[in-house]
Design a protein around this ligand. Structure first.
Ligand SMILES: [Zn+2]
Length: 300
């Protein structure tokens, strides 16, 4: 408790501590991004094989050792099996697993087989650290600040998972929506009433857009996960932030979508979740500033 009080009285110390904490959390999020889709596939397979003896195919692009484990019907969790090099299955030692530092010392290569360790690992760690610092700077070492950290960390994981697999796991979005209602029962971000309406409008607004889009084009533009993610943000930030989030995410999504289409010709399946998540983080941190600035342009 003394430590918390110290952090509350010293902003610089708080930013350093939460920056370092963010690096470690980012390291864990890398594991979550990689493993949660595999865990989902594993549980789908379990359900399927209970239903019929035939088993679903594993996506080939997932890295070898973990896929072997899933195929061998061993349960996979976030903590087990221990982290391994995806190329040579070399077990990663604790000193090779220090956020950022290990990647720099190993120069982004496996110590055993020298295969490239993707740049995404240190990037996720750095981004998580940076966002943690911004959250604490904005909300302080408070109940709201700490709960906002949980929101942002989960959004980082969802961004990575959706980007890789076009999936937004219910086992992340549902608890996060519940947590949004719970923290706002204490009015930490918006009133309880706003939180409930935010949840409903968040889900419905995208649902309507997709239905209209389908009526016009006969194509499914978005997945169910996207509605759920917007419902989560509505529960946390209230209905007033939804227009900003939808506007920002569509803008970001179209810009990136156009760039990708120019680059790759016909685009691969496009995940919209990451842009909703990014817009949500912007709205959490700076939403009221942006809305006030916008409304301020019309006051004389
Ligand atoms: Zn290796």
């Amino acid at each position: 408790m003394q430590f918390i009080e110290l952090l509350q009285s010293d902003m610089t110390a708080a930013l350093v501590v939460f920056g370092l904490l963010g690096l470690c959390v980012g390291s864990f999020l890398n594991v979550a991004i990689h493993r949660m889709p595999l865990m989902m596939i594993y549980s789908w397979r379990q359900e399927c094989s209970e239903f019929m003896s035939q088993q679903a195919d594993m996506p080939q692009e997932h890295t070898v050792p973990l896929t072997d484990i899933v195929a061998a019907d061993t349960p996979i969790t976030l903590s087990r099996p221990a982290s391994r090099c995806p190329h040579c299955a070399h077990k990663i030692k604790w000193y090779e697993n220090i956020p950022l530092v290990s990647w720099l010392v190993l120069r982004g290569r496996c110590s055993d087989c020298k295969a490239n360790i993707g740049l995404r690992y240190p990037v996720v760690e750095l981004v998580t650290a940076l966002l943690s610092i911004l959250v604490i700077y904005q909300f302080g070492v408070s109940a709201a600040g700490l709960s906002a950290l949980v929101l942002v960390w989960t959004l980082v994981a969802l961004t990575g998972i959706d980007f890789d697999t076009q999936l937004l796991p219910d086992r992340l979005t549902f608890p996060l929506a519940g947590l949004g209602l719970a923290v706002n029962s204490q009015s930490w971000f918006v009133s309880p009433t706003q939180s409930i309406w935010g949840l409903l409008f968040g889900f419905l607004s995208l649902w309507i857009v997709v239905k209209v889009f389908f009526l016009i084009t006969k194509k499914h533009g978005m997945g169910q996960g996207d509605f759920k993610l917007l419902a989560v943000l509505g529960a946390w930030l209230g209905p007033m932030m939804l227009p900003l989030i939808i506007l920002l995410s569509s803008l970001l999504g179209s810009i990136v979508g156009i760039i990708l289409m120019k680059k790759q010709g016909e685009s691969k399946p496009f995940a919209f979740g990451p842009y909703i998540a990014i817009a949500g983080i912007v709205a959490l941190l700076y939403g009221s500033d942006i809305v006030n600035w916008y409304l301020g342009m019309y006051t004389y």
